[in-house]
Ligand binder design. Structure first.
Ligand code: DGP
Length: 113
């Protein structure tokens, strides 16, 4: 999608602090970190949100979770971290390209807002 910020980051049209990259997945530091570790993990292909997944996307989702664990280990937060996915406007999603937040490095609270 030509006007999508995360597509532009995945295509290197917008710079980011890249944490991980392969042919299908990109991870980069969130521009507005909410914790000492705040990484966004995205599929390179444009998927709007979790609710828009196709049956053929679930292998990719499994791979994303493998990368989430790899990043958590590399960042030294594997003993406790939070994965957040906001889905749709009502779910608090502000960027319409599927992404998972990895938050860690501090004590998390519950319930979320
Ligand atoms: P969400 O509200 O779940 O859609 O989260 C979107 C996140 O994306 C939010 O934490 C801020 C982050 N973000 C927005 N624009 C940019 C950007 O241009 N670069 C980076 N690195 N992060 C961004």
């Amino acid at each position: 999608m030509s006007d999508c910020i995360f597509c532009k980051i995945a295509n290197k049209e917008i710079p980011s602090q890249v944490v991980y990259e392969d042919d299908l997945i990109m991870a980069f530091n969130d521009i507005q970190p909410q914790a000492p570790v705040h990484v966004l993990v995205v599929p390179k292909k444009h998927i709007k949100d979790i609710a828009s997944l196709s049956d053929t996307d679930y292998d990719l989702m499994g791979r994303i979770f493998k990368i989430i664990n790899k990043i958590a280990k590399e960042k030294g937060i594997e003993d406790g971290f939070r994965i957040v996915n906001n889905c749709g406007e009502k779910g608090g999603q502000s960027v319409g390209h599927l992404h998972f937040h990895i938050l860690g490095g501090r004590q998390m609270q519950w319930p979320p807002g």
